[in-house]
Design a protein around this ligand. Structure first.
Ligand code: SAM
Ligand code: SF4
Length: 326
């Protein structure tokens, strides 16, 4: 699949649910309205849709949400999709998780061929963690990370930089990750969907975050590109830090990904409204039509996003990250 700007699309992020057991303050409002259950694709439909993309050249599949591990019987989907790893069609099957249920699933994930997971963790202080996530228990996530590492799964920790909640703590989180052999990536908060707080009060550019890291380590930029939006630097201790800067530095030129929601909507870009409803095509049972629908959609992938947090109250898109799949 090649888009109009010559980018080869080989990476699918599939949201398996919009629901979550946490309510991170920058991600969703406390009283989030979730989609009607009847609108969600079944596990069989999710498998079929992912498989259609794999047949068209997707080699990397990331399950996300909402929280993927709260979806009932999620292991049935993952076990099923692992056939594409065995056939060689898929190079990587992975997920992004908040880690609260990782301890329960780590061994099964490893058995299914999951070799890496991204775990989102914005604080190592139990109170701060509970405040940011509105009730999350840090110990569960740490147990999940340890279980994943014990099962032989590589963990990457992701933190969203939040001016008042964790800016000072980010170097400690990076050091903690590195001590466990995990990479660490920090992300700028994006104006996706409204939440109670104003993102302008949460946002801190990663130039400022980097300055904090540089008070602790000498950072050396490394040319490493993983096909994703992160730019990397190595600390003087040898640990890797990724910087994802959707606002302060646009990275769309090398974008290789598309997103599908748990209702079968294909989003061509996290920061644009362009979408295609693949659910109806999927339910028609006509695989040729589904394949053509995917081709048509790739043909409208926008060149870039235009995020900005410049003024109070501005929300770039009325679409939460938990719906599109982060
Ligand atoms: N629940 C899982 C988790 O938290 O890892 C997967 C879904 S979550 C939407 C995926 C990622 O998006 C998380 O790392 C989260 O911190 C990030 N995220 C959510 N809302 C965001 C926002 N408005 N700006 C930047 N990152 C956001
Ligand atoms: Fe849930 Fe992940 Fe959003 Fe936090 S960031 S509320 S864990 S979906």
């Amino acid at each position: 699949m090649i888009d109009p700007f010559g980018r080869s699309i080989s990476y699918l992020r599939l949201s398996v649910t919009d629901r979550c057991d946490l309510r991170c303050t920058y991600c969703m409002p406390e009283r989030m309205r979730f989609l009607p259950r009847a609108d969600l694709l079944t596990l069989e439909e999710l498998d079929e849709l992912a498989s259609a993309f794999i047949a068209k050249g997707v080699t990397k599949l990331r399950l996300t949400g909402g929280e993927p591990l709260v979806r009932k019987d999620i292991m049935r989907l993952i076990d099923g999709l692992s056939r594409h790893l065995r056939s060689g069609a898929l190079e990587e099957l992975t997920l992004t998780t908040n880690g609260t249920r990782l301890a329960q699933h780590a061994a099964d994930l490893a058995r299914a061929g999951v070799k890496r997971v991204n775990v989102s963790l914005d604080s190592l202080n139990p109170e701060t963690y509970a405040r940011i996530t509105r009730g999350g228990r840090l110990a569960e996530v740490i147990a999940g990370i340890d279980a994943a590492i014990a099962a032989g799964i590589r963990v990457k920790l992701n933190s969203v930089a939040l001016l008042h909640d964790n800016l000072m703590e980010l170097p400690d989180i990076a050091a903690w990750a590195h001590d466990r052999g995990a990479d660490f990536t920090v992300i700028e908060v994006m104006p996706l969907g409204s939440v109670e707080a104003d993102r302008i009060d949460q946002y801190v550019p990663l130039t400022e975050v980097r300055r904090r890291f540089e008070q602790r380590w000498t950072l050396t930029d490394v040319a490493l590109r993983t096909g994703g939006p992160a730019r990397y630097a190595r600390t003087s201790d040898g640990g890797l830090i990724g910087f994802i800067t959707p606002l302060s530095h646009n990275f769309c030129g090398s974008c290789n990904r598309v997103r599908v929601t748990c209702t079968g909507k294909l989003f061509l870009c996290l920061g644009n409204a362009h979408e295609a409803d693949l659910g109806a095509l999927l339910r028609s049972g006509d695989q040729e039509a589904l394949s053509r629908g995917i081709d048509r959609a790739i043909g409208i992938k926008p060149e870039r996003h235009h995020f900005a947090i410049r003024e109070r109250g501005a929300v770039a898109l009325d679409r939460h990250m938990s719906v599109t799949g982060g």
